[in-house]
Design a protein around this ligand. Sequence first.
Ligand code: NAP
Length: 284
Amino acid sequence: MTATIIKGKEVAAELRADLKEEVAQLKEQGVVPGLTVILVGDNPASHSYVKAKAKACEEIGVASEVIKRDVNITQEELLQEIQQLNESEAVHGILVQLPLPNHIDEKAVLNAISPKKDVDGFHPVSVGNMVIGDECYLPCTPHGIIELIKRSGEEISGKHAVVIGRSNIVGKPVAMLLLQENATVTIAHSRTKDLSAMIKQADILVSAVGRPRLVKAEDLKPGAIVIDVGNTMENGKLVGDIDYEPAKEVAGYITPVPGGVGPMTITMLLKNTVDAAKTINNLK
Ligand code: NAP
């Protein structure tokens, strides 16, 4: 069997085209969705992520602003900045690019963002609402993963989903969202005793670890839906957690790296920003 490739890049392009139309309609009603990103310090990876986010906003007509602050900014100054953005009518989404310098308490900063503008979905109120299934902005990568699984056309309900990784930004929320879609969910992590045995049971496998070729083709259940979140730089190339070439001969569906989960993350950020603009302006 050769797997159907779930092309995240194409799915993301379709979603962005729809969002672009939605933004145009909002503009006719006098609302320009706005995203503000706060970038502290000069981490090159953070700079390039922020640039990609700003470019994506521009392409669909979302107004984006990047507030760049020196690495020595105090926590108090950063919190004041966020407070002003919480109050600004032109700003619908606020994102603080992580990581922050060591002298700043990341939790205090994320908690300062109004949940109404928390388009990254990391505020504890957003996380709590996600867990109980209430309306909230879903974290972007997990939300993108669920969209990709749905695009396979296969039912999630009743399937055994195995998530490898339990981070707050990917593993835990994706497990929670799969549960809400009525999958039976197992979460594996670095202390899991027999990872191969877990993987063999997976109708849906989501790997969010960051270890190239951790998941071997021989462990996959034939026909499984395999989502590779991992992206690690190896010899100048991005590689995933799944041993892709042999795995695609066993899986039913598989995401490539690059071009799988990656492009969905920014797309879901755009979606959250557009949704926030609608909600804040009572257009929903
Ligand atoms: P993280 O915080 O480092 O979490 C990694 C998880 O993997 C941890 O829960 C860890 O277990 C588990 N783990 C480590 N070694 C393992 C092993 N040998 N067997 C089983 N589990 C193991 O990473 P993250 O932020 O969730 O990101 C994971 C990967 O996804 C990275 O490659 C990252 O670059 C990528 N990523 C991609 C996107 C995207 O948009 N494409 C977005 C976010 C992240 P413990 O909890 O026990 O330590």
